[in-house]
Design a protein around this ligand. Structure first.
Ligand code: NDP
Length: 280
């Protein structure tokens, strides 16, 4: 704590372009809760030492550290334990770290509250089986979706995720080859990092109907290809993960400060700088 002001940070690699310091500064101003929040470049090899040297009250953890931080936590929320990934650390009174994961609730808040997507009875297709996909899948199963089909470049990881979800009535895996037998989904969620490396999916067009909602967890350039593809396929509504970023931050702010900030103003500000229409 510096001068009575609590300190927070986001650790990750790369981290230079993180929007988290700006989002938390906006929450601090709005709630009148003073804090300092910085971005700390933390490669996996040095992260544990950097965290040990950090004297803050809490931290966000991002790529590639979300699983690495799990064994450092003396206490985990049930959700973080099930996912095996932590994106929010809170320092407890006896100086140990508690780990939470706010990515899943952030996605649901953005889909349901901001975008008014009705998940009741929906057939959902999810691309990816990495850390963000795990958080999304566990959170989606806490809603009243009808079913979740998971597909991944490495099919074994999709099967492992389906096993971990332990809901065989609602969860299935498919390979791209199986898709010829599937009809259109109500919601398609891209939780891959393919957009960061220029990778492109060749999702069959018949999986997207004029009623389908498409959502990419990434935002900015990494979501561009999927957004263009979904629009071309005729999806009803297409979203990126900017709102999820803001909502997961609000969940973390609430864990640390006991107040959930209003998120629409900072979302509108960030969206104005990165309009979805500009991505196609
Ligand atoms: P991981 O590295 O844990 O997982 C990456 C996933 O993408 C894996 O399923 C991987 O498949 C798949 N993948 C990578 N490259 C390709 C490709 N070329 N073609 C097909 N599939 C590919 O990353 P995360 O799960 O942590 O992050 C995924 C995305 O979600 C990132 O873009 C990240 O920015 C975003 N995200 C957004 C958040 C938000 O708040 N909006 C929060 C968290 C993440 P395989 O298993 O075969 O390697």
């Amino acid at each position: 704590m510096a001068g009575g002001v609590k300190r927070f940070a986001v650790f990750g690699d790369p981290i230079a372009h993180s929007l988290s310091p700006r989002i938390h500064a906006a929450f601090s101003q709005q709630t009148n809760i003073p804090l300092r929040y910085s971005a700390i470049h933390a490669p996996a090899a040095t992260f544990e030492n950097q965290l040990a040297d950090f004297d803050g009250a809490g931290a966000n953890i991002t790529l590639p550290l979300k699983s690495l931080v799990v064994p450092i936590c003396a206490e985990l929320s049930d959700f973080a334990r099930r996912i095996g990934a932590v994106n929010t650390l809170s320092r407890r009174l006896d100086d140990h770290w508690r780990g939470d994961n706010t990515d899943g609730p952030g996605l649901i808040q953005d889909l349901v509250r901001r975008h008014n997507v009705n998940l009741y009875g929906r057939r959902v297709l999810m691309l990816g089986a990495g850390g963000a996909a795990r958080a999304a899948a566990f959170a989606l199963l806490e809603t009243d979706i009808d079913s979740l089909v998971i597909t991944n470049r490495t099919p074994d990881r999709a099967v492992a995720l389906a096993d971990a979800l332990a809901d065989p009535e609602r969860v299935m895996t498919d390979t791209f080859a199986d898709f010829r037998n599937e009809h259109a989904f109500d919601v398609v969620i891209d939780a891959t990092s393919a957009g960061h490396t220029g990778g492109r999916h060749k999702l069959p067009l018949h999986l997207i109907a004029p009623t389908t909602v498409c959502y990419h967890l990434s935002y900015g350039k990494a979501a561009q290809h999927f957004i263009a593809f979904a629009r071309e396929a005729g999806a009803k509504r297409v979203f990126d993960g900017l709102g999820m970023l803001v909502e997961q931050a609000a969940e973390a702010f609430n864990i640390w400060n006991g107040v959930r900030p209003e998120t629409d103003a900072i979302y509108a500000e960030l969206r104005a700088e990165a309009p979805l229409d500009a991505t196609d």
